[in-house]
Ligand binder design. Structure first.
Ligand code: NAX
Length: 327
């Protein structure tokens, strides 16, 4: 049988953590034959550490055959020791009345510390996914704080936006969501992201031709996908958690185990593809094979798409500029 791999999860006692850990432990992320050791990080605060203890008791009570160990941590330097995968979920999202500079400063401190800890103690091949918002910029900070690790191993989660877009298209066309191929989401995990179905197909047929309604694209589809997070908060009184955890599982599983040629969306550091400046943590369509992702290149970018991509890029460059002094 396979040797266990180490999976670190931060914010482990939060609501996404609660929807995520049990699925990782049951083998949904890395395969039903891959034992895992969970290395869970929470803030030192007594309430958070107690909540984490409760989650661990429940994980134990599941008696998952693949769960080879569980550890509770309050320091990233121990939590990330030799870790093969790191899901950085805990962060400080923007609260009511919070200044942008305050948000960036708090997360800057969290993600510089976690980036440095990964740099010092993680496996040299660690695959990092940042879920905590602002996800792209937090991933950028962690990457810049870990100069000894490959920059390409730092990624941000845009998979929830991708899955949201797929579900809207399935509803619009009346087709099964599983049949949708070649969907892309460009840019920042924020309402500025650009969900792009120009290349998408269902059963080999063009989704764009099937829908054939540019007004729907611009006035319904894009705002619906962009504001879906806010719609869920309005309805549930809490932000998306199960769907976010599901997207994190999808992202890591596809990265680790491959997509068989299927396109998925990942936030990854640019190498200049599609005119995005180097190192910007940008959502791109990718395929994955042998533990590596590859950007889908050569797609035509029309004037409207160019405009959308510029808007989300400008927002990201602004965020990146706001944290320059921290890294
Ligand atoms: P919760 O507030 O329920 O949980 C967050 C947990 O993180 C808390 O238990 C907190 O104690 C812990 N935490 C905070 N700072 C930490 C640190 N420095 N080290 C370790 N743990 C720390 O939030 P939840 O609903 O789980 O959401 C977590 C993050 O995901 C938020 O930033 C949220 O904005 C973000 N999201 C990102 C999404 C994406 O698509 N990229 C979608 C869903 C979600 O909104």
């Amino acid at each position: 049988s396979k040797k266990p791999v180490r999976v670190a999860v931060t914010g482990a006692a939060g609501q996404i953590g609660y929807a995520l850990l049990f699925r990782i432990a049951s083998g949904e992320m890395l395969g039903k034959d891959q034992p895992v050791i969970l290395q869970l990080l929470e803030i030192p605060d007594e309430k958070a550490q107690n909540a984490l203890k409760g989650v661990i008791m429940e994980l134990e009570d599941c008696a998952f055959p693949l769960l080879a160990g569980i550890e509770a941590h309050s320091d990233p330097k121990t939590a990330f020791k030799d870790t093969d995968y790191a899901l950085l979920v805990g962060s400080r999202p923007r609260g009511p009345g919070m200044e942008r500079s305050e948000l960036l400063a708090i997360n800057g401190a969290i993600f510089t510390a976690q980036g440095k800890a990964l740099n010092e103690v993680a496996s040299r091949n660690v695959k990092v996914l940042v879920v905590g918002n602002p996800a792209n910029t937090n991933a950028y900070i962690a990457m810049k704080s870990a100069p000894d690790l490959p920059a390409k191993n730092f990624t941000a989660m845009l998979r929830l936006d991708h899955n949201r877009a797929a579900s809207q298209i399935a509803a619009k066309t009346g087709k099964a969501v599983a049949e949708i191929e070649k969907l892309a989401v460009w840019g920042n995990h924020s309402p500025t992201m650009y969900a792009d179905y120009r290349f998408a197909t269902i059963g080999g047929e063009s989704v764009k031709a099937m829908i054939n309604d540019e007004t729907w694209n611009r006035e319904t589809f894009l705002p619906t996908v962009g504001k879906r997070g806010a719609a869920i908060i309005a309805a549930r009184g809490l932000s998306s958690a199960a769907s976010a955890a599901n997207a994190a599982i999808d992202h890591m599983r596809d990265w680790a185990l491959g997509t068989n040629g299927k396109w998925v969306t990942m936030g990854i550091p640019s190498n200049g593809e599609y005119g995005i400046p180097k190192e910007v943590m940008f959502g791109y369509p990718v395929t994955c094979e042998n533990g590596e992702y590859k950007i889908v290149e050569g797609l035509e970018i029309d004037a409207f798409s160019q405009e959308c991509i510029k808007k989300t890029l400008d927002e990201l460059l602004g965020e990146q500029d706001g944290v320059k002094h921290l890294i």
